[in-house]
Design a protein around this ligand. Structure first.
Ligand code: SAM
Length: 241
C-alpha cells in the first residue's frame, strides 16, 4: 500500500514523465530500510528521515532522467556512488540499464552488494577500486553510454575520473548542488585533453526543500588519449566537495 510519502514521490515523478510501478516502489522502500539500518554501523548518509531520503536521494538521483533520454541508454557507470546515488535509483526506475558502480571504499561496495541482492537487481556490477585505475582496463575504458558522478569532486578531477569511462558519442553527467560555472571554467583544459565537450548545464530546484541543483552534461568526442587516466595522485589536485 502506498502511503503519503510514496504517493508524493510517484506524483512528482509522473509530472516529469516517469512512471513507477507498485513493485518498483517496494524496491525503493526496501532500499530506504536497508540504508537506515546499515547507516547505524557505517557512515553512508547524513540524511535518514524517510521523506528526506525520498526527496534528497531518490528523487534527486532520478532528476537525471528529466534531462537525458535514459530509456535509450544501455550501459551506465556511476563513479563514486557511495550509498548508491544516483546509480541504484536509476537502476530501479529503468531496470533495462546495465549498471556498473565503481567506489574506492570497500564497505560501501559491500553495502551495495547487499542492496542489489535484497532488491533482486539484475545486471549490476560492483567494483571496489579507484576510478583512475579501473578506467585503464577493457571493457571499462571508453566503454559506457552514460557515466555519472554525484557529489564526488570538482569538475577538473571529475573529468579525469569519468571521461575515460565514457564511450565516444556517449555522455558524462556531473550532478552538482551549487552553481558549477566557476568549476567548469577552471576545468576547461582537462575537458579538452580528455576529449569532452560541454553540451549543457541544466539548472533546477529540488521540490519541497527548494535547493538548487545543476546537471552538467558533457559529450565525449574522441577516444581517451593513451596517457589517461593518470596514476592516482597524478591527477590535478582538487578539493573534494
Ligand atoms: C561524497 S561521496 C558521494 C556519494 C554519492 N555519489 C552521493 O551522491 O551520495 C563520494 C564517494 O566517492 C568515492 N570516491 C572518492 N574518490 C574516488 C576514486 N578515485 N575512485 C572511486 N571512488 C571514489 C568515495 O569512496 C565516496 O563513496
Amino acid at each position: 500500500m502506498m502511503d503519503d510519502i510514496q504517493d508524493h514521490f510517484s506524483s512528482l515523478l509522473k509530472e516529469q514523465g516517469i512512471e513507477v510501478s507498485a513493485a518498483q516502489l517496494e524496491q525503493f522502500e526496501s532500499y530506504y530500510r536497508i540504508l537506515v539500518e546499515w547507516n547505524q554501523k557505517m557512515n553512508l548518509t547524513g540524511i535518514t528521515e524517510r521523506d528526506q531520503v525520498y526527496t534528497k536521494h531518490f528523487y534527486d538521483s532520478l532528476s537525471l532522467a528529466f534531462h537525458l533520454d535514459v530509456k535509450s541508454i544501455s550501459t551506465l557507470a556511476d563513479i563514486g556512488s557511495g550509498a548508491g546515488f544516483p546509480g541504484i535509483p536509476l537502476k530501479i526506475a529503468f531496470p533495462h540499464i546495465k549498471l556498473t558502480i565503481v567506489d574506492s571504499l570497500n564497505k560501501r561496495i559491500q553495502f551495495l552488494k547487499h542492496v542489489s541482492e535484497q532488491l533482486g537487481l539484475q545486471q549490476v556490477e560492483l567494483i571496489h577500486g579507484r576510478a583512475e585505475e579501473v578506467a585503464r582496463k577493457l571493457p571499462y575504458r571508453d566503454g559506457f553510454d552514460l557515466v555519472t558522478a554525484r557529489a564526488v569532486a570538482r569538475m577538473t578531477l571529475l573529468n579525469e575520473f569519468c571521461l575515460p569511462f565514457t564511450r565516444v558519442g556517449g555522455q558524462f553527467a556531473a550532478m552538482k548542488g551549487s552553481d558549477p560555472a566557476e568549476e567548469i571554467k577552471e576545468a576547461s583544459r582537462s575537458l579538452k585533453e580528455l576529449r569532452g565537450k560541454l553540451k549543457k548545464v541544466h539548472s533546477f530546484t529540488l521540490p519541497v526543500e527548494e535547493s538548487a541543483r545543476h546537471i552538467v552534461i558533457i559529450d565525449k568526442t574522441a577516444a581517451t588519449p593513451a596517457k589517461y587516466p593518470r596514476k592516482p595522485g597524478m591527477a590535478v589536485k582538487s578539493p573534494l566537495l
